[in-house]
Design a binder for this molecule. Structure first.
Ligand code: NAD
Ligand code: MG
Length: 405
């Protein structure tokens, strides 16, 4: 029997890497659905190559175009659209696994739907967990979904944790669980992004092109900018707290510019376990697709002699204030991380559009957070409301800061 899979965000960097691993194991996996935002050409190409049963475009017009094009060539692919289409393919009975690789808040509802349908959720879309941590984890527990981290650091931590851990590592929100396995702390590594050594003055002048050129990883634009501001590590700190049911103080962030060690787990006997590998997302993707087995991924083998050295540095919270903002938001709890995520998405978009400077990104987030207080989460509607409020306010802040600029 083939394992059915839906890939949310199939045209992106994670989506394409997932298809690359699946291609090497086509006797094991069947692509049931592929989704994208509005890149008709890209999704059309994938549909012709993979003939999934369903193709979903979030954008209605794009869906119409795709449907017409596929009809012309008699491709047996049913085209759906909008949020309805995305959630439909996330819960199909013939789908066992859902790769959640939509970028940003747009991924929340489809990813949550997959968890509520009890699927194996391969989580790349960290923003979904940052927005809705408690609620998302509760859905995973309640519906006995399997949650496997794709983010390379979290996948590494998962691999280094005691082997008694279930795929949903955070068991029933029990912070003692991880400690009872003898774990003393988690070490989350960060490359430091393209501007690791830049002064504050240099950071002031950087362009979107420079910010999107990560030294070790080839990724989508949003996560590339997040890596450059180090908000990515802040979001990952929050993601790790939820995935492993722990607190920010249990996690230490260490700069490791080569991105060879993907993260580490320290035990009370002094042992520190690390997961190493070349920086290529096909490794965590293959790990999660086949867990608990191992399958090949196509990633080149690690040559330690060629690498020769692994360096480590402390993080600098002054030049990268986003990290501190994320940590404080997690400590504040409730929808504070929803607000943080929304303000960050608005600020990153404005920077990518050339509307404001790189160094204005943390200012937009800080100002937004200072005007809105997080609430204890009781429903998904509350999260969506606070997300919308934060976006509105952050857009106003962007306008104000760019006018005064
Ligand atoms: P990307 O920009 O390359 O791809 C994003 C995908 O999401 C595309 O298929 C796009 O069509 C789809 N999408 C965008 N907006 C949408 C919308 N409004 N509605 C529906 N679909 C939409 O991004 P990526 O680099 O592949 O990252 C995807 C996710 O994985 C992000 O959450 C990112 O943080 C996470 N992640 C990525 C990497 C990486 O190496 N790229 C590593 C770790 C985690
Ligand atoms: Mg990562």
């Amino acid at each position: 029997m083939l394992t059915g899979i839906t890939i949310l965000g199939a045209t992106g960097s994670i989506g394409l890497n997932t298809l690359s691993v699946i291609q090497q194991h086509s006797h094991e996996f069947e692509v049931i659905a592929l989704t994208a935002h509005r890149q008709v050409d890209k999704l059309e190409k994938l549909c012709l190559e993979w003939t999934p049963r369903f193709a979903v475009m979030a954008d209605e017009d794009a869906a119409c175009q795709l449907e017409q094009r596929l009809k012309k060539v008699n491709a047996p692919v049913q085209v759906l659209s909008g949020l309805e289409g995305l959630t439909f393919v996330a819960r199909l009975p013939e789908v066992e696994m859902v790769m959640a690789a939509i970028v940003g808040s747009a991924g929340l509802l489809p990813t949550l739907t997959a968890a509520q349908a009890g699927k194996r959720v391969l989580l790349a879309n960290k923003e979904a967990l940052v927005m809705s941590g408690q609620l998302f984890m509760e859905a995973v527990w309640q519906h006995q979904a399997e949650l496997l981290p794709i983010d390379s650091e979290h996948n590494a931590i998962f691999q280094c944790l005691p082997n008694t851990q279930t795929p949903t590592v955070a068991v029933e929100n029990n912070p003692e669980k991880i400690q009872s396995g003898g774990v003393r702390r988690i070490l989350l590594t960060a490359s430091g992004g393209p501007f690791r050594t830049y002064s504050l003055e240099q950071l002031h002048e950087v362009t979107p092109e420079q910010a999107c050129a990560h030294p070790n990883w080839k990724m989508g634009k949003k996560i590339s900018v997040d890596s450059a501001t180090m908000m990515n590590k802040g979001l990952e700190l929050i993601e790790a707290c939820w995935l492993f049911s722990t607190e920010p103080d249990f996690i230490e962030i260490v700069l490791h510019p080569q991105s060879i060690i993907h993260s580490l787990v320290e035990y009370i006997d002094g042992s520190v376990l690390a997961q190493l590998g070349n920086p290529d997302m096909r490794t965590p993707i293959a790990h999660a697709l086949a867990w608990p087995r191992r399958i090949s991924s196509g990633v080149s083998r690690l040559n330690l002699v060629d690498i020769a050295r692994l360096d480590f540095e402390a993080v600098d919270f002054t030049r990268f204030p986003c990290l501190q903002l994320a940590k404080e938001a997690m400590l504040a709890g409730g929808t504070t991380t929803t607000i943080l995520n929304a303000a960050n998405e608005v600020a990153v978009q404005a920077f990518l559009q050339g509307l404001m400077r790189f160094t204005t990104i943390p200012k937009v987030i800080e100002t937004t957070l200072s005007h809105l207080s997080g609430r204890i989460v009781t429903s998904i509607d509350m999260i969506l409301e606070d997300d919308a409020h934060a976006r509105e306010l952050a857009s106003e802040v962007v306008n104000r800061l760019t006018i005064n600029h």
